[in-house]
Design a binder for this molecule. Structure first.
Ligand SMILES: [Fe+2]
Ligand SMILES: [Fe+2]
Length: 271
């Protein structure tokens, strides 16, 4: 049983004139990616084949992620009645599929897998917090707040299991930093770009580069410095560095500067 259901969302407070089209397009993309939760849960159960406790947690986690997809999809349909969430999900999974039966983690070890999961949950918890603050539409704000709280709990869940596996697998700070950096770079990969395409441009042929740019331009724009600072602290903690030291301050400034530069460049390209 999750912490909330779709019935807890105040759907009747929806205000169509407060929907921002740029936010709508990234919410549609997010609704597809979240829907993949069940496939990721299968993948995790396969990687952690002899860890029944973790498998149970992963199943519960996957169910919550899929609910995020349903809530966002329902909101997107309210905001754009022509949007067919089920059809968009089908298009997305037809073109992007998680391998559910991997015997080993694609991160090289179970501790590595858990570091990568912490990075993803850091990204989603910052993203939905930023979206909740960026939107003026009250129903979307209510949904994003609930999702952001879930993502933070997910981070804690994977972090707790990581602590257990770190002792067994003796993965050092450098190994964790490597996995974390790899996973951060991957957020530029096909999954989000293809979700953006499948949700927003189904009639056009898929052009990975332009879809990735279209997505990033809108998604990066919702962040503010405090989201980046908090996200950086979570990443530092996951890789075993002091979450609130000078290094974090420096990394936050660098990341914020890089994100701003990127948004400006993408806006110039789109103009
Ligand atoms: Fe989620
Ligand atoms: Fe999550």
């Amino acid at each position: 049983m999750g912490h909330w259901t779709l019935d807890d969302i105040p759907w009747d407070r929806f205000e169509p004139d407060k929907v921002d089209p740029a936010i709508l397009s990234i919410v549609k993309a997010a609704s597809l990616v979240e829907q993949n939760g069940a496939d990721y849960a299968n993948y995790l159960c396969s990687v952690f084949a002899d860890d029944a406790g973790f498998q149970a947690a992963a199943r519960g986690w996957g169910t919550e992620e899929a609910q995020h997809g349903r809530a966002l999809g329902r909101w997107a349909t309210l905001a754009d009645p022509i949007f067919d969430h089920a059809a968009a999900c089908a298009r997305f999974t037809a073109g992007f599929r998680v391998s559910p039966s991997a015997q080993h983690s694609v991160r090289g070890s179970r501790a590595g897998e858990l570091v990568a999961r912490c990075i993803v949950e850091t990204g989603t918890s910052s993203y939905y917090t930023a979206l909740a603050e960026a939107t003026r539409e009250p129903v979307l704000r209510a949904i994003c707040r609930r999702i952001a709280a879930d993502e933070l709990r997910h981070y804690k869940l994977f972090y707790d299991h990581l602590s257990r596996y770190l002792a067994a697998e003796r993965m050092g700070a450098w190994g964790r930093v490597r996995v974390a950096l790899g996973r951060i770079v991957e957020s530029e990969d096909d999954e989000l770009a293809y979700a953006y395409h499948a949700a927003n441009q189904p009639a056009l042929p898929y052009d990975r580069r332009s879809a990735a740019r279209a997505y990033a331009r809108r998604a990066y724009a919702v962040y503010r410095p405090h989201h980046v600072e908090r996200g950086m602290a979570m990443i530092f903690k996951a890789v075993g560095l002091k979450p609130h030291g000078r290094l974090n301050l420096l990394a936050t400034r660098l990341a914020w500067w890089g994100m701003q530069k990127r948004v400006l460049r993408l806006e110039r390209l789109a103009a």
